[in-house]
Design a protein around this ligand. Structure first.
Ligand SMILES: Cc1cc2nc3c(=O)[nH]c(=O)nc-3n(C[C@H](O)[C@H](O)[C@H](O)COP(=O)(O)OP(=O)(O)OC[C@H]3O[C@@H](n4cnc5c(N)ncnc54)[C@H](O)[C@@H]3O)c2cc1C
Length: 571
């Protein structure tokens, strides 16, 4: 018998989006019980790692405007963003910056005491609010501390959600493992919010924390919710070689240069106006072209690179504004950026696609919302602009928290959890995987999957290589079997958790490849040598991937355009 925990709203994930949603839901009515489940402690969520900034229009008197922020976002997205959602997003963004400020966020300041903003790629105005280069740590601390003030928010740290319970297309709850005891529980609730973050660990060379393993996407996909636009994975230009740790865009925002082997600032060939601050897809492609054409440096394990040069910025600027970047370069590459250039190459950094939701963050299942990197509204389309993601987490945390709370207040009827689904999940985890699990070594399979994705679904793609990648992932899926678990104990079984994570990642990797193979054009982060042009006639549309026993089935829905007709992107 599986024990049941009853609550009103369950939020899976305690990153920026999950915490923001919890505060909103809890503050609407103190009678609403909010439970936040997270497989790692809140303050270990990936959001803590973000350094660069959070974008919003703060100073219209100085020339910024909602229309400008929206246009930059739409253009950056290579016109795949839904423009009504972008317009809503930019309007709600400034309030979120001020809310954080009121809750105690130590934003960096201008000399006159007002919140400072730094430049970020693809933005035509300095728009990134920051707190030195530890913005994520401060934002998360501010939100977490604020959550603790609410008696109606309960945290379940180190609990691992395994499935969504749905009946009659209505959300009924989640199943989750308490990692400490290894017991499975039912979280029965009227509303749910998925805030499980991105899928960066599909790749070997990645900026993500080890917990970004895609269960939220896989859980939704398994109950029939489509995954949208999964072919669009962002490669951030400056991953530190060889670890992949992010050198934040703040480095280029503060004036850093990219140079090839000849010492040339090569961005002048690709984006003569914006140079290093062109959008990420464009900078990443430029870097890879330099490397492919022999103007890069040879790196370890095929990780050829170019130089990020900060030496002209001077020690003072680097120490004050790029503290963490200096620390990372020194600790993880033995390089002091004050005197030496830093070796960098494009690195998997963001999942533009995700769980299909509407402009309200609502999934097709009644009572279930999704917020933050796990969802796809779509605001970021085919390429996200820097500093727009954390804003998205705050804005959609607010929207989904509010909508879920209002839904719960109105919902008077009680719906039971489907116990047959719980029994099936119990059987799957304990009998089929923990006791009877078979298959090849899951850690080898994970490494092969990550290498396959890095090789076949990276910055440059083509049909043949994508097909080969898909073939390999399907073969890995077979070799994975049910998932082999060597540690048979219940308590703190990290081996079991890793197998459940890999199960989700293999599923999502297949969706990325199938969606990328079908999209015979180049747009934003999805660039194909065999189809190098954007094709608005046939492809100005979102991909929806549905789970079927034969693999993903694709459907398409139109992009919503309000003001900005698609044009060629020039920077
Ligand atoms: C190094 C780095 C730097 C970045 N810099 C910037 C920046 O400067 N500006 C910007 O706008 N964006 C930046 N981004 C992107 C941005 O930080 C992320 O998109 C955002 O923080 C994601 O927040 P989230 O709340 O959606 O998810 P996350 O913060 O990733 O949190 C996911 C949560 O879900 C939980 N979870 C996942 N699966 C399960 C499960 N099965 N059961 C229970 N819990 C689960 C995790 O424990 C975690 O609490 C950066 C990203 C990285 C990796």
């Amino acid at each position: 018998m599986v024990d049941k925990i009853s609550t009103d709203i369950v939020i899976i994930g305690s990153g920026l989006a999950g915490l923001r949603a919890a505060i909103e839901a809890a503050s609407i009515d103190s009678s609403i019980q909010v439970s936040v489940i997270s497989k790692v402690h809140a303050m270990r969520s990936h959001s803590v790692a973000y350094a660069g900034g959070t974008g919003a229009v703060l100073y219209p008197d100085e020339g910024d405007s909602f229309d400008l922020h929206a246009f930059d976002t739409v253009k950056g997205s290579d016109y795949l963003a839904d423009q009504d959602a972008v317009e809503l997003f930019v309007r709600l963004a400034p309030r979120e910056i001020l809310r954080l400020e009121h809750w105690g966020m130590p934003w960096s300041r201008r000399p006159d005491g007002r919140i400072d903003q730094r430049p970020f790629g693809g933005h035509s105005f300095d728009r990134a609010c920051y707190a030195s280069d530890k913005t994520g740590l401060h934002a998360m601390q501010t939100l977490y501390n604020t959550c603790l003030k609410y008696d109606n928010i309960t945290f379940y740290h180190e609990w691992f959600a395994t499935s969504i319970l749905v009946e009659d297309n209505e959300f009924r709850g989640f199943t989750a493992l308490e990692i400490k005891s290894g017991e499975l529980y039912i979280f029965e609730a009227k509303a749910g919010i998925l805030a499980t973050g991105g899928a960066g660990r599909l790749y070997s060379f990645t900026t993500y924390g080890h917990s970004a393993t895609a269960e939220g996407m896989a859980m939704a996909y398994r109950v029939g919710i489509p995954l949208k636009d999964m072919e669009f994975i962002q490669f951030h230009p400056t991953g530190l070689v060889p670890s992949g740790i992010l050198i934040s865009e703040a480095a280029r925002g503060e004036g850093g240069y990219l140079r090839n082997k000849q010492g040339e600032r090569f961005m002048s060939r690709y984006a003569p106006e914006k140079m290093e601050l062109a959008p990420r897809d464009i900078v990443s492609r430029a870097m890879m072209r330099e490397i492919i054409e022999g103007r890069g440096f040879e790196g370890p394990n095929g990780l050829d690179y170019v130089h990020l040069d900060l030496t002209h910025l001077g020690e003072e600027v680097i120490d004050e504004k790029l503290t963490e970047i200096k620390m990372i370069a020194m600790k993880f590459a033995g390089i002091n950026p004050v005197n030496e250039p830093v070796p960098v190459r494009p690195v998997a950094h963001y999942t533009m696609g995700g769980v299909h939701v509407d402009i309200n963050g609502q999934t097709p299942v009644k009572g279930l919302w999704a917020a933050g990197e796990v969802n796809c509204v779509s605001i970021h389309g085919a390429n996200r602009l820097g500093c727009n993601s954390t804003t998205d987490c705050l804005v959609y945390g607010y929207i989904t928290g509010k909508n879920a709370a209002e839904y719960v207040l109105k919902k008077t009827d009680k719906s039971d959890v489907p116990l047959i689904q719980v029994e099936k999940e119990e059987k799957r985890i304990f009998d089929e995987i923990l006791k009877g699990g078979f298959g090849d070594d899951p850690y080898l399979i994970r490494r092969e999957m990550q290498n396959t994705m890095t090789q076949h679904a990276y910055v440059f793609r083509d049909g043949k290589s994508l097909e080969e990648g898909l073939r390999k992932i399907r073969e890995l899926r077979k070799r994975f079997g049910t998932g082999r678990v060597s540690d048979k104990s219940r308590e703190f079984n990290q081996n079991l958790i890793n197998v459940l994570e890999l199960d989700a990642m293999l599923e999502v990797a297949e969706v990325v490849l199938v969606s990328a193979l079908a999209r015979t054009e180049s747009r934003g982060a999805h660039y194909r040598f065999d189809y190098p042009k954007r094709d608005d006639v046939n492809w100005l549309k979102h991909t929806l991937a549905y789970k079927t026993p034969e693999g993903p089935r694709l459907e398409y829905i139109p992009v919503r355009i309000t003001k900005w007709e698609p044009k060629e992107r020039k920077y």
